[in-house]
Design a protein around this ligand. Structure first.
Ligand SMILES: [Zn+2]
Length: 204
């Protein structure tokens, strides 16, 4: 075994390779980025501290199975307990953050976890639509405000939700048209989001 072979198969080199593989499992991390992160973690003590902090913080937070928002681990969900008259339905956590940041809605949220996209194998059962119906049945007389994009997927999801809630005691509304086609609230500026919320229409 020559020097290069010994170096590549040494326990330290194998650990480094495992570390790179682990980082690569994270979304958006390329091989190059994974190598850079692995090197930083091994060479600089402060990076080990950052990783520990990430684990500590993430262990204290979990996703509420009913509404899809984040809640303190092991505790009741404040968003589900919010008894405001309107529940705002969004596709993603990013959309909810954008709406909260813009201050145009201050009630309870429901995060679907995406939009219906059969070609991407995202079907209604992969989204929190059944959970939305459960919330509606448990809270009759509420308004469900759909803040979904005006795209093929957004329209398909809206139609599916409308059908699912057909015989329920619920008012169903959707934010106004006027949003650029395919744009989610996540990427829109405050004025556009405000106008969309102010011009909502009832669809049932
Ligand atoms: Zn919840």
């Amino acid at each position: 075994m020559d020097f290069q072979e010994r170096t590549l198969t040494s326990p330290a080199a194998q650990s480094m390779r495992k570390l790179v593989e682990e980082f690569k499992k994270l979304p958006g991390i390329s091989l190059k980025a994974a190598q850079k992160l692995s090197y930083s973690v091994l060479c600089e003590p402060k990076f080990k501290e950052i990783l520990k902090n990430i684990i500590d913080i993430s262990e204290n937070v979990e996703i509420c199975e009913k509404c899809g928002t984040f809640k303190p681990a092991g505790e009741n969900c404040a968003n589900c307990a919010d008894d405001s008259d309107v529940i705002c339905v969004v596709a993603t956590y990013g959309d909810m953050s954008a709406i909260e940041r813009n201050g145009c809605f201050k009630g309870s949220f429901h995060i679907l976890g995406g939009l219906i996209e059969p070609l991407e194998h995202i079907l209604p059962e992969n989204l929190r639509i059944a959970e939305l119906k459960e919330r509606v049945l448990a809270n009759p007389g509420k308004e469900i405000l759909l803040a979904l994009p005006f795209s093929i997927e957004g329209d398909a999801t809206t139609l599916y939700i409308k059908d699912s809630l057909e015989n329920c005691d619920v008012k169903l509304s959707r934010i106004a048209r006027g949003l650029p086609a395919g744009a989610a609230p996540d990427v829109l500026d405050r004025r556009t989001v405000l106008e969309a919320f102010n011009g909502k229409t009832y669809i049932n």
